[in-house]
Design a protein around this ligand. Sequence first.
Ligand SMILES: NC(=O)c1ccc[n+]([C@@H]2O[C@H](COP(=O)([O-])OP(=O)(O)OC[C@H]3O[C@@H](n4cnc5c(N)ncnc54)[C@H](O)[C@@H]3O)[C@@H](O)[C@H]2O)c1
Length: 81
Amino acid sequence: MVKVLIAGGAGYIGSTIASAGLDAGITPVILDNLVRGRREFTQGRTFYEGDIADGALVDRIFSEHPEISAVVHCAALIVVP
Ligand SMILES: NC(=O)c1ccc[n+]([C@@H]2O[C@H](COP(=O)([O-])OP(=O)(O)OC[C@H]3O[C@@H](n4cnc5c(N)ncnc54)[C@H](O)[C@@H]3O)[C@@H](O)[C@H]2O)c1
């Protein structure tokens, strides 16, 4: 099984990439702190709620999903104010 970690995967771009991955037979693993993302975008998907700066959590995700072969980084604060 091919897995891809998608940071910011509960956001607009990240959740769309997750859907495209699923269509292509790639299992998304989502990491998002939900500061802007939407929980419903993670429904039925492997989801870790937390911050990309939480190294212990990132280590745990990789140890629990050794099949992860790539990371797509979409976590961002896109609204300047
Ligand atoms: N929306 C567009 O049209 C567009 C176009 C080109 C590029 N981009 C880029 O794509 C990226 C994502 O944009 P978007 O529109 O999906 O934004 P978005 O706000 O919908 O998604 C960003 C996600 O990142 C999460 N996040 C923010 N900080 C985090 C952190 N520290 N740890 C974990 N998760 C965190 C948010 O909760 C959110 O779910 C940005 O870099 C943006 O500049 C967006």
